[in-house]
Design a protein around this ligand. Structure first.
Ligand SMILES: [Fe+2]
Ligand SMILES: [Fe+2]
Length: 274
């Protein structure tokens, strides 16, 4: 199974050395597979689609599995991008977590780095890539022009529903993101799988780490409340570890495993519902 190199694309988009105005247009360097991916994502992530996925997965009735088992299963996903430079899923998780750990952050945050992408398990339930990865954004209200490649929303059927095209849409201003439906993907799924076990800042990080329109572009402020603004500090703090922790040396799983086994066991029972 191949996974679209969306993570690579985000990393390039927010490369600190990149010129500001380059970044919302795609150009020849954007691989067609990535462009097609965004088109599919923006075309298909409707409010009805998201509500259906929330119902389908919200009951956590897709089996019981330990964190490590999920980690090992995810490792069988093959990354489409350059095998010499791109990390496997577990390497990315470890590098993110190790970078958090090096900076002396709390143990729950190291753990969050380690598990934040495990919601990609959705791939094993035959979900298409555009419903697993990609920048997330609120549905049920007008799309912000700050969402990457907003022109692709022209093909989204919600475009024809005027009640979904106002800036608040189906929501009340300032209602708080907990009342807002975000496009479906690995963030929201993993949040639901793990929320019973983790402190709230960890839940926010997992739930919103792909919501670049909010945590990087400051869009959708009118739907947030004070609690969101407070907790988003953690999401912002986490993002550089997700994007920029990539280093030349590959993390040594064998050496690191005892530490992470203990960390996982500190927060999670041997099996959880997915
Ligand atoms: Fe992710
Ligand atoms: Fe990640």
């Amino acid at each position: 199974m191949n996974i679209v190199p969306w993570d690579e694309d985000v990393r390039e988009r927010y490369d600190p050395n990149r010129m500001q105005d380059q970044f919302r247009q795609y150009n020849d360097s954007t691989p067609p597979v990535v462009r097609d991916f965004y088109r599919d994502n923006h075309r298909n992530q409707t409010l009805d689609f998201v509500l259906a996925k929330e119902r389908e997965y919200g009951g956590l009735n897709h089996g019981e599995m330990g964190i490590w088992e999920a980690m090992e299963k995810l490792e069988t996903l093959v990354d489409d991008s350059d095998p010499d430079t791109s990390l496997t899923q577990i390497e990315h998780n470890l590098q993110t977590a190790e970078a958090v750990r090096r900076d002396g952050h709390p143990r729950w945050m190291v753990l969050t780095g380690f598990i934040h992408d495990l919601g990609k398990m959705l791939c094993f339930h035959d979900e298409p890539q555009w419903a697993v990865v990609g920048d997330t954004f609120p549905v049920g209200c007008a799309w912000s022009p700050k969402v990457v490649y907003p022109e692709f929303f022209s093909e989204n059927p919600d475009r024809a529903k005027p009640e979904l095209q106002t800036s608040n849409g189906i929501y009340a201003a300032g209602c708080g993101l907990r009342n807002v439906h975000l496009s479906w993907g690995h963030d929201e799924y993993m949040y639901r799988v793990t929320r019973a076990y983790l402190p709230e800042p960890a839940q926010y990080i997992i739930r919103y780490h792909s919501c670049y329109p909010i945590h990087r572009e400051d869009a959708y402020a009118h739907l947030m409340d004070g609690h969101d603004r407070e907790l988003f500090e953690w999401v912002r703090k986490f993002n550089p570890y997700d994007l920029y922790s990539k280093s030349d040396s590959r993390p040594d799983l064998k050496e690191l495993k005892p530490y992470y086994e203990e960390l996982v066991a500190e927060f999670f029972p041997p099996e959880i519902a997915w």
